[in-house]
Design a binder for this molecule. Structure first.
Ligand code: ZN
Ligand code: ZN
Length: 607
């Protein structure tokens, strides 16, 4: 059975939004036309094939096909060849409008098209497009002729449930990519190859960072020692920063009674994402899908005056949310994950300063991990609670914070949650891909539902302003992203093993063990490669493990209390005394430098 994938998901990365941009539109039209071209070829080779849907997606297109025979990569080449023949023939795409009844009889032997037609509203215009002998149900639009389709390549075959529903039939999905020119196609395929080389699932296995185990269950991550140390270092660093920035750390339980989720509204609006309850002394308890209710109860445990605000509660909170098995993807899309979650309780006047503080924090984290930054301000959607004045005020506050931080941002019109506007920050990784990053979400809903207040200067009770904030998102997705961003080459401060000690012969084993002890005293993570392999094999092994520093030790080095320093990049730093090596690496590690040869220069006194 082919790997199961889901439509329109490039896991973790955000699909380019529908921008209304005409260039994007033309590209999508061309790619969708290429899907028809592919269906035409498939239809010739497999006349019994039934076509379901064939949309354009980011970078290309797919078509879902019902076919008893399982398609193979060889079939893809045969399909491609026929596509090229039809492309050369410059067959025009012709549109026809037909009645609903004609459509139902024309596609009578295709249950998928019938279901689509039956789903159309009665006044909907129904049209077909035909090129050559191939006719398809389609709204269009299409390019003029098959010759207007650019350079394409069929990429893979996957299983896909009809309408993404695991109770419906599984279809075969052929993915393809299409570009205006051959050059663009080639450069895309190169980028793709690079992305596959960096795939965190592959590197996670090769570097022994994490696994997913069927007996534990899909979408549940097992962090191996080498992955766990990376997560621990990230968490420890963030917690330290949070404390310095005036956050208070809290812990809340993994389960909570139904009472809280009734009040929060989660049982009403979020139930399909929650797991079935367990009954404890006749009360239903749920695995927590979000940390907010617990933090609100901590805030509400006492009466707060305006002088106490802002209160910033932070937790590495593990939550469990239902995701369909077909959508799970390595560490990027999982069923249990730990958010670096915080809830800021403040006055409405403080929203600007608080958002500004989070933006500064987010910027700092982007620098530490070497990410670029893309920022969006999401405004009021059509379905929303709260009056316009409240929305305007909060949206204005977020905008002001962005402007004060001198941050370029794009407006995501109508992209806010129903309960408030938000700032979305995307990390831009080494390949220029966008990853979900920090969010700063104002919430008008929960303070109402939970009646969350503070006592103002006037002695009256006032509704608190509440901000949900994550910086890294979830530890799973963030570390998964880091693996791809660094291609497994973690900077020295994060590398699971920082130093490999490589004795040339057994005679240097004792000295290497001594050096190991000395380095460990300075908290370096060291492995001694004293197995019986030849030196070259040990170096290769250390390189495959992407260990930043390899210290080779022979007779001469022992005599001089030194080590020969090689980097995983292949660079050779020559012989250094053990003390000189320590003097080199310690500032690199403590400054969290992204290079292996020099510490990060501190450019400003702040942070
Ligand atoms: Zn079409
Ligand atoms: Zn929250």
């Amino acid at each position: 059975m082919p790997e199961i994938e889901i439509a329109n998901e490039v896991a973790g990365m955000d699909i380019a939004k529908e921008t209304g941009n005409s260039q994007e539109f033309e590209l999508a039209r061309m790619r969708h036309s290429c899907a028809h071209l592919m269906a035409q070829a498939v239809n010739e080779l497999f006349p019994e094939a039934k076509f379901a849907i064939g949309p354009a997606i980011e970078h290309g297109f797919y078509y879902d096909i019902a076919l008893s025979q399982t398609l193979t990569p060889d079939d893809l080449s045969a399909i491609e060849e026929r596509m090229r023949n039809h492309q050369r023939a410059a067959e025009p795409f012709t549109r026809n409008e037909i009645s609903r009844d004609d459509a139902l009889s024309l596609f009578g032997d295709n249950p998928y098209k019938i279901e689509l037609i039956e789903g159309f509203s009665l006044d909907e215009e129904i049209s077909t497009y035909q090129q050559g002998d191939f006719l398809d149900l389609c709204r269009g639009p299409h390019v003029n002729t098959t010759a207007d389709i650019g350079a394409f390549k069929l990429q893979s075959i996957a299983g896909a449930y009809w309408r993404g529903d695991e109770r419906r039939p599984m279809l075969q999905r052929i993915y393809g990519t299409a570009w205006p020119t051959t050059g663009e196609l080639e450069s895309y395929l190169e980028r793709l190859e690079e992305a596959q080389r960096r795939d965190h699932r592959r590197l996670g296995r090769e570097l022994d960072l994490f696994s997913v185990n069927d007996e534990i269950g899909p979408g549940l991550i097992l962090w191996h020692p080498k992955g766990a140390i990376v997560r621990y270092l990230v968490e420890q660093y963030e917690q330290k920063e949070q404390l310095e920035r005036g956050y208070d750390l809290v812990y809340t339980p993994h389960i909570a009674s139904e009472k809280i989720y009734k009040t929060s509204g989660h049982l009403e609006t979020y139930r399909e994402n929650m797991y079935a309850p367990m009954s404890i002394e006749e009360v239903d308890y749920y695995l927590k899908p979000m940390n907010c209710p617990g933090h609100i109860m901590i805030y509400k445990n006492q009466v707060h005056s305006y002088r106490d605000l802002p209160i910033r509660l932070a937790e590495l909170g593990t939550v469990y949310r239902y995701e369909r098995s077909g959508t799970l993807h390595g560490m990027l899309r999982v069923r249990g994950f730990t958010q670096d979650d915080s809830h800021i309780f403040c006055t409405h006047e403080q929203i600007v300063a608080e958002a500004e503080g989070v933006i500064d924090f987010a910027r700092h984290m982007a620098n530490v991990f070497g990410y670029g930054f893309a920022t969006y301000l999401a405004t009021k959607p059509t379905k929303a609670i709260g009056d316009d004045a409240t929305w305007d005020r909060a949206t204005h506050a977020l905008r002001q914070a962005l402007e004060r931080a001198n941050l370029d941002f794009e407006l995501d019109e109508g992209g806010g949650a129903f309960y408030g506007p938000k700032i979305d920050i995307k990390w831009l990784d080494a390949l220029g891909r966008e990853w979900t990053g920090p969010t700063i979400q104002v919430d008008f809903n929960l303070p109402e539902r939970f009646d969350v207040n503070y006592i103002g200067e006037d002695g009256e009770r006032h509704r608190v302003a509440m901000i949900h904030r994550t910086l890294l998102g979830s530890m799973e997705r963030f570390v998964g992203g880091l693996i791809e961003h660094y291609a497994g080459n973690f900077p020295a401060w994060l590398a699971p093993v920082q130093v490999a000690l490589i004795p040339i012969t057994d005679h240097q084993n004792t000295f290497c063990r001594e050096v190991e002890t000395r380095l460990r005293e300075f908290d370096l993570r060291v492995a001694v490669f004293d197995h019986s392999d030849r030196m070259q094999a040990k170096i290769r092994d250390a390189q495959l493990q992407k260990i930043p520093y390899m210290l080779v030790v022979g007779k001469r080095e022992v005599e001089a209390d030194s080590v020969s320093v090689r980097l995983r990049t292949g660079e050779d730093l020559g012989a250094l005394t053990v003390d000189a090596f320590l003097a080199l690496v310690q500032p690199i590690i403590t400054s969290r430098s992204l290079t292996l040869t020099s510490p990060l220069e501190v450019t400003s006194a702040a942070n």
